[in-house]
Design a protein. Structure first.
Length: 85
C-alpha cells in the first residue's frame, strides 16, 4: 500500500479526472443546445477561446452521431426503432 501522501495525491488525481469528464459532458450539452439555437461555429469557438476549425473538429462528430441516431428513430414506434449500437 502506498504511503499516505501518495494515496492522497492519487485520490486527488482521480477526483480531478472525474471532474474533467463531468465538465466535458456539460460542455458537449451546451454546444449541442447552442447548435440547436443555430449558434454559429464561429461564436462557439470564440466562447471556447479556440479557432473555428478546432471547435468544429472537437464537437462535430459527436453532435452528428447524436443527430443521426435521433433522425433514424424519428416517427417510428417504440417497437420498430433501430437498436442502439
Amino acid at each position: 500500500m502506498p504511503p499516505p501522501k501518495q494515496r492522497d495525491a492519487l485520490a486527488e488525481l482521480r477526483t480531478i479526472q472525474a471532474q474533467r469528464q463531468s465538465m466535458a459532458v456539460r460542455e458537449l450539452l451546451l454546444v449541442r443546445n447552442l447548435r440547436r439555437y443555430n449558434t454559429s461555429w464561429e461564436e462557439i469557438a470564440r466562447a471556447l477561446g479556440v479557432n473555428t476549425s478546432s471547435a468544429h473538429r472537437r464537437f462535430w462528430r459527436k453532435l452528428d452521431d447524436d443527430e443521426r441516431r435521433r433522425s433514424d428513430n424519428r416517427g417510428v414506434g417504440p417497437d420498430r426503432r433501430k437498436p442502439a449500437s
